[in-house]
Design a binder for this molecule. Structure first.
Ligand code: AP5
Length: 216
């Protein structure tokens, strides 16, 4: 099974698809956003370093992120969600894989227009305990503000406010979008239309990554 990078703007559905693929195919998942939020909740030095960047919708410095991913990288196939986000991070990841004599990861670009990205982020509700996400319109919980599974409260992320969303989308276009060309040049990019339903996106990913025969 390949190592996979889910590449896409904030709100494209990376976290949603990562949870599904992880469950179906047994990938290990590395979400740099979730790892950073966990560091912040625990008040670690790394979490304190990251806090102001995240609040402003800016990227956390590359060296902090690369150190964090390096220490988390397991032996089994990984789904990267929200990493890499800059060309420097992509090059560092490739160097790490080469040093470990591991085949380079494949990137799946979940492409979605800006208006839909904003709509998804503005309507998102998150379970901070499990990371599961809902959407007020597209995937509402049975009871408003309450998780279907653990019955605890859902929250709206602090960076899902309109002004921070706009900044995050600008940062994506300026700093992360060049990765599409980076992976295309290496012939390891698949393009996915993320405007489809969750199920259809999932099927396109499974087909594009050649995972069909690997269901557990
Ligand atoms: P991070 O936590 O990675 O956030 P993000 O990339 O901004 O992505 P999101 O989690 O917002 O969106 P998603 O694509 O996962 O969408 P989701 O599945 O939830 O990063 C947060 C911050 O941490 C960054 O701003 C930065 O500061 C820092 N950071 C993280 N990684 C970093 C790195 N590598 N380098 C530097 N800094 C870093 O879906 C969104 C909504 O849409 C949900 O409500 C969902 O229910 C709904 N939805 C999903 N799919 C569909 C569909 N197909 N149809 C309809 N609705 C859908």
């Amino acid at each position: 099974m390949p190592d996979v990078i889910l590449l896409g703007a904030p709100g494209a559905g990376k976290g949603t698809q990562a949870q599904l693929l992880q469950r179906e195919y047994g990938f290990a998942a590395i979400s740099t956003g979730d790892l950073l939020r966990d560091h912040r909740a625990r008040g670690t030095t790394l979490g304190q370093e990251a806090e102001s960047f995240m609040q402003r919708g800016e990227l956390v410095p590359d060296d902090v992120i690369i150190r964090m991913v390096e220490s988390e990288l397991p032996g089994k196939p990984v789904l990267f969600d929200g990493f890499p986000r800059t060309v420097a991070q992509a090059q560092a990841l490739d160097a790490l894989f080469e040093a470990r004599r591991r085949p380079l990861p494949i990137a799946a670009y979940l492409k979605l227009d800006r208006a839909r990205l904003e709509e998804r982020l503005l309507g998102r509700w998150t379970n901070p305990r499990s990371g599961r996400v809902y959407h007020a319109t597209f995937d509402p919980p049975k009871r408003s503000g309450i998780d279907d599974v653990d019955g605890g409260p859902l929250i709206q992320r602090e960076d899902d406010r309109p002004e921070t969303i706009a900044r995050r989308l600008d940062v994506f276009e300026g700093q992360t979008l060049p990765l599409v060309a980076y992976y295309e040049a290496g012939n390891r990019l698949i393009l996915i239309d993320a405007a489809q339903s969750v199920d259809a996106v999932s099927k396109a990913l499974v087909a594009g990554l050649g995972l069909h025969q690997r269901a557990r």
